[in-house]
Ligand binder design. Structure first.
Ligand SMILES: [Mg+2]
Ligand SMILES: [Zn+2]
Length: 192
């Protein structure tokens, strides 16, 4: 099953700065190559979900409406570039709310697998791409293969201090896309 989970900030769009959020459309800028990456996923038959923590909503820093607008415009731009984000899942809760969707929890991945009418165990055939430890932890918790991209908040030195290890470390989403697609070709060849 060709399925990819992407974190948003620092993976698809420029990380907005330490401890900060994308609070308005003006602050949303695609990382170079990200739109091309999403196009390649689509061309190669991958289903792409966004799984993002946006506690800024829960904290009242920006509204759900603003987040919805940013999402709509992001998805439109991706479509226009020949890609597709099937659904963006956001956790808008704060740390204190103990929800099951704030990464490293996997409520959103579970919901995405439900939407695909697949058991959660099928997530092991998918990839999680993120720029922080919680992304890699969420991916691992769901059984996904994980890719740490260096286009966001943290560089590769951070990994040493993490409790989890990503399966791969690459420059950005475009490099991750190439890796996922070529691994996909390889495993299908093996399966024959
Ligand atoms: Mg991020
Ligand atoms: Zn949540």
């Amino acid at each position: 099953m060709k399925i990819v989970f992407l974190d948003r900030d620092g993976v698809i769009n420029e990380f907005p700065g330490n401890g900060n959020y994308v609070t308005k459309l003006k602050e949303f800028h695609f990382i170079p190559g990200a739109l091309e990456a999403l196009k390649r996923f689509k061309e190669n038959g991958y289903t792409v979900f966004v799984v993002s923590n946006q506690a800024g909503v829960g904290k009242g820093i920006y509204s759900q409406k603003k987040l919805d607008l940013i999402t709509r415009r992001m998805k439109e731009a991706v479509l226009k570039a020949g890609g597709k984000i099937t659904k963006a899942y956001y956790c808008t809760h704060t740390n204190q709310q103990n929800c099951d969707c704030r990464k490293p929890a996997i409520g959103s991945i579970r919901a995405a697998m439900n939407m695909m009418k697949k058991p959660l165990s099928h997530a092991q055939h998918g990839y999680f791409v993120g720029d922080t430890e919680v992304d890699i932890a969420a991916g691992k918790n769901a059984g996904c293969k994980t890719i740490f991209v260096l286009s966001g908040m943290q560089d590769r030195r951070f990994v040493r201090g993490w409790k989890v290890r990503p399966d791969h470390i690459v420059k950005d989403l475009l490099a991750a896309t190439d890796l996922i697609i070529s691994n996909g070709h390889r495993s299908r060849r093996k399966a024959k």
